[in-house]
Design a binder for this molecule. Structure first.
Ligand code: COA
Length: 332
């Protein structure tokens, strides 16, 4: 049977940096509060002419180049985003055009911050069932477009950026050994963008009530995030037929340093040195967070053949998911 591999990863973050000190000038907050409660020091903000499509296309181009492929080689594009350029058409179609891919399958998935793992799961299924042979997975977010920069409880948390990877059956780079996904819609109101959908179509009233911005019950989300990611990791480790002690690196969704640390404490073997973090410099980039962290980990750390990486994510929905990857060596 074919086995799906991530044969290249990439990431892109916009140039503009928004620091905690700048946020101090915008809302009633402090660098000290933000760092203590979240570990975030700064985040990136997309330019006026940058969108989820253009940032996603940048990451896609880099991933294709790293994989030694062209846009013509891919036969499916899956984009995870909760900040699509439009409700429709999909951002995947816009990226198909921007990168010059053929008239191939292209669609968005909406699993909030868990989108990267959900997209990987789909890509794995497509490759292993031989429906497609080369899948482009993109995660891209312009969260600054749905953040209320007058709401101190959310505006300090989020940032913009994108990531991509190429999934195929070529036996190189990272094998996708197992993926576990989950959801709980009964908690949907704890983290939500209430306006702009068919329930609250955009109107002067929805804008006046700020329904076009992220709304979140931070404390509740925090607790669910820790519990769900931990349980999902255990499930995924079991599904891969390995032990926690076999994991070389944990790459958690980069929402908040305290969430990451609280979750890390629940592992017996994984030490802080083996938990990869980017949240201090990018904040929470939602769907893109895992892809950016995975790409940077591979660039910055010495990863050895047969090292196992554990990805885990949690987001609005609620949704969650984890994946065990094994490093197989570099792309030839
Ligand atoms: N600066 C200063 N004070 C702030 C603040 C800010 N940016 N944001 C909130 N506060 C205040 C609150 O108003 C509250 O004041 P009060 O006690 O006078 O009412 C106080 O700080 C404590 O707020 P609370 O919400 O209890 O803080 P917390 O310890 O739960 O931390 C979060 C808040 C948002 C950092 C934390 O709940 C969190 O990280 N949650 C998960 C968020 C997340 O990751 N979401 C995405 C998941 S995909």
């Amino acid at each position: 049977m074919k086995k799906a591999h991530i044969i290249a990863t990439s990431s892109y973050v916009p140039e503009t940096i928004l620091t905690n000190q700048q946020l101090e000038q915008m809302v009633d907050t402090s660098d000290e509060w933000i760092q203590t409660r979240t570990g975030i020091q700064e985040r990136r903000i997309a330019g006026a002419e940058e969108f989820s499509s253009t940032m996603g296309a940048k990451a896609a181009d880099i991933a294709l180049k790293k994989a030694g492929k062209t846009a013509q080689d891919i036969d499916c594009i899956i984009v995870g985003t909760l900040t699509p350029d439009y409700l429709f058409p999909s951002t995947a179609c816009l990226i198909q055009d921007l990168i010059g891919a053929g008239n191939i399958a292209a669609f968005d998935i909406q699993a909030a911050c868990s989108g990267y793992v959900y997209a990987l799961s789909l890509a794995k299924a497509f490759i292993e069932s031989a429906q497609y042979s080369c899948v482009l997975v993109v995660a891209s977010e312009k969260l600054s477009s749905i953040v209320n920069y007058q709401d101190r409880s959310t505006c300090v948390l989020f940032g913009d950026g994108s990531a991509a990877c190429i999934v195929s059956a070529e036996k190189t780079h990272l094998s996708i050994d197992s993926v576990c996904l989950g959801s709980d819609g009964s908690q949907s109101d704890l983290l939500i963008l209430p306006g702009g959908g068919c329930k609250n179509p955009t109107s002067a009233k929805t804008v006046e009530e700020n329904l076009h911005y992220i709304q979140m019950q931070g404390k509740d989300v925090f607790k669910h995030a820790v519990l769900r990611m931990e349980a999902s990791c255990q499930e995924c480790i079991q599904k891969a037929g390995i032990q926690e002690s076999d994991i070389s690196w944990l790459i958690p969704h980069q929402a908040n340093m305290r969430i990451i640390n609280a979750m890390a404490k629940r592992f017996t073997h994984l030490t802080q040195d083996h938990i990869y973090k980017t949240v201090h410099k990018y904040g929470n980039t939602s769907c893109s967070s895992l892809g950016i962290a995975l790409d940077e980990l591979l660039q910055e750390k010495a990863i050895h053949p047969e090292d196992k990486l554990l990805l885990t994510a949690f987001g609005a929905g609620f949704t969650w998911g984890s994946s065990v990857l094994t490093y197989k060596g570099d792309v030839a």
